[in-house]
Design a protein around this ligand. Structure first.
Ligand SMILES: [Zn+2]
Length: 635
């Protein structure tokens, strides 16, 4: 069976022209990336880019940062390439060349490249592939991906040459499945990187090695669920262990499926994805409930998926990289199957937990993404009262930036005689539709603030082809229906949510499709098996999850001293001045009288009526350290 149904549009073919995402893309080029570059030159930061210049002999110095800092520098270079694709700023091109030159000089003759072992003179050979915490696969994997993207953007081979040399080293070392290295690796980014390298070069050894990496994981006794080493992928049915290394493995396996149709991989991936989304998934799109705990096989795990239905709020782990990796996994499952549920997840992640991980200024980040913050409750190790600028683990900022950089390409996809619109927002796409030719389409929408979307054909061949629109699954939450009108013709009112609507036509320039997605706010409850949300409600409007922040309560009342009324109207109001311009929601509720902090006390029913103002979850903690909750007590 072939699993290669939909191909994402290249990031060079899509432009955000306005609406919600253009300012975020502009912020990426103007602020986020320059600011990140500063952080990468800070010796106290976990990722330190001058290490490459030091190892290259250009500016010798000691090693600074963490073992996995290289990988985060490569993700930064990937982000830089993605912005260059749009801006074509020659200064960026020059900057990239300077970094690439140092990386090429820092690389070992063998193709091996990981700065900490290389910079430990004398013992480097002894350290290679001896300790999975060295994160060599993470480092090299992100190098491969960044090198491929750089080539696709610039056409230059300098970074790609480094990547090919590294890929051949990995193939030379691992293709034979050496028994001594069967438990090697922490974060398997290299699998995605090797498939990408195969796609660009056509050298099959890269694909074969990627397949071996997937097969090796969990193939020998003695492995733990911590990094998916206990069970082979083909025998796995649930999401266990580390919530970044797992999705990275599954992304890599999905990439292998796209090239060689491994049905056994695909079957396992479907089961794992369903297990996450039916049992281990936060309403905000976050994954990985545990900072520390045990897996179903009682292996010790960290930063990991919890047990089924175990979804705590104040101690949620939900690492930024894990959530984005979850969206990357979904995106690949969408490409393989064309099923809209996978794109629904991508949308949920990007509008909620991904954007919440960074401030509105684009310079500070959360590592873990809680659903409730109570001010004096002790934080766990990775949590912070406010977002940070530099960190002991700098993986998240470049994960956010490279995702925003390529989001346009996730917005559209193509299949045979079909152009699909996956994400909504002001944009233009010009793309080759298989068996049809070049099609140019423009889109206008204020989504996610407004559900009206207008598509217009700007150019296309005369043959008949399909334009398909994702009808978001969130419509089912309010029971509302999408309305679609093609060329001012009859309006269709009964379009099924959670699917793609296709219109097949001999399209011509100026033709339009208009869609209206009603965005009535709606209360959401969790299943009674989720102990942590019993008796509570959350509020959503369209794709956005809302929250209650202490800043919007009178007299610094604690968020958990409030209740929201289940029968309250939820009224929507655009507030231009609040948090950069948001649609806020007002609801009726009550505030309990403050009482002493004590484990247990007699129940006091003293409360007053209150109007609660809810803001989109992604905008929380932009007015200083504060309390917040997504799930609100209700009555
Ligand atoms: Zn991270």
């Amino acid at each position: 069976m072939a699993y290669k149904n939909y191909k994402e549009v290249d990031f060079t073919n899509v432009t955000w022209t306005g609406g919600f995402w253009k300012p975020k893309f502009d912020q990426l080029t103007e602020k986020r990336i320059p600011d990140m570059e500063k952080a990468l030159h800070d010796k106290n930061n976990a990722a330190y880019i001058p290490n490459f210049f030091s190892q290259a002999g250009i500016k010798p110095d000691k090693f600074y940062g963490t073992f996995w800092g290289d990988g985060d520098c490569y993700k930064f270079l990937e982000s830089l390439s993605l912005t260059y694709a749009v801006t074509k700023d020659p200064e960026l091109d020059k900057k990239l060349d300077t970094y690439i030159d140092a990386i090429a000089k820092a690389q070992d003759e063998s193709g091996y490249i990981s700065m900490f072992p290389l910079m430990n003179e004398g013992c480097e050979r002894k350290m290679r592939y001896k300790d999975r915490m060295q994160h060599e696969f993470y480092n090299m994997g992100h190098l491969l991906t960044a090198a491929c993207i750089h080539y696709r953007v610039t056409g230059k081979e300098n970074f790609l040459e480094v990547g090919k040399k590294c890929g051949r080293h990995l193939a030379d070392t691992f293709l034979s499945r050496p028994k001594s290295l069967v438990h090697m690796g922490w974060n398997p980014s290299q699998i995605m990187g090797m498939v990408e390298l195969y796609r660009l070069t056509g050298e099959k050894v890269f694909l074969d090695t990627a397949e071996v990496f997937v097969e090796m994981r969990g193939s020998a006794h003695g492995g733990s669920d911590l990094n998916q080493f206990r069970t082979e992928l083909v025998n796995e049915t649930t999401a266990e262990g580390h919530a970044v290394t797992g999705p990275y493995l599954w992304c890599g396996a999905a990439d292998v499926v796209a090239e060689n149709n491994r049905e056994d991989f695909m079957e396992a991936l479907r089961k794992i994805w369903d297990n996450i989304h039916e049992r281990k998934y936060y309403i905000t799109g976050g994954i990985g409930a545990l900072h520390r705990g045990v897996s179903k096989n009682v292996d010790k795990v960290v930063e990991a998926f919890g047990r089924e239905w175990e979804l705590p709020n104040t101690t949620a782990y939900n690492e930024t990289c894990a959530n984005i990796a979850g969206a990357m996994f979904s995106k690949r499952m969408y490409n393989l199957t064309g099923e809209s549920k996978y794109m629904d997840d991508v949308e949920n992640v990007i509008y909620n937990v991904m954007l919440a991980s960074t401030d509105l200024e684009g310079t500070h980040y959360f590592y873990s993404n809680l659903l409730r913050k109570q001010q004096d409750k002790p934080l766990l190790w990775h949590d912070s009262h406010e977002r940070w600028h530099t960190s002991h683990c700098y993986c998240c900022p470049p994960s956010v930036s490279r995702t925003i950089g390529k989001l346009g390409s996730w917005g559209y996809s193509v299949g045979t005689k079909e152009l699909r619109v996956n994400l909504y927002g002001d944009s233009e796409v010009e793309v080759e539709v298989p068996e049809i030719g070049m099609v140019k389409l423009s889109q206008q929408s204020r989504y996610p603030w407004d559900g009206r979307i207008k598509l217009k054909i700007e150019d296309c061949p005369s043959e008949e082809f399909a334009i398909s629109l994702r009808i978001p699954g969130w419509l089912n939450e309010s029971g509302q229906k999408a309305k679609i009108t093609v060329n001012d013709g009859e309006t269709k009112n009964d379009v099924q949510a959670g699917s793609y609507f296709s219109s097949i036509n001999q399209w011509k320039v100026g033709d339009t499709i208009e869609m209206d997605l009603p965005m009535e706010p709606v209360f959401i409850e969790g299943d009674t098996y989720i102990e942590e949300v019993i008796g509570q409600l959350a509020v959503k409007r369209g794709p956005l999850v809302y929250c209650l922040e202490q800043k919007d309560l009178p007299n610094e009342v604690e968020v958990m001293s409030t209740v929201i009324s289940r029968d309250s109207d939820l009224t929507v109001e655009w507030d231009e001045k609040l948090l950069g311009g948001i649609m806020k929601i007002k609801a009726k509720g009550k505030i309990y009288k403050a009482c002493e902090r004590k484990l247990y006390k007699p129940f006091s029913n003293m409360k007053i009526d209150a109007e609660l103002t809810l803001i989109p979850y992604f905008t929380w903690c932009n007015r200083g350290s504060t309390e917040m909750t997504v799930w609100m007590r209700s009555e």
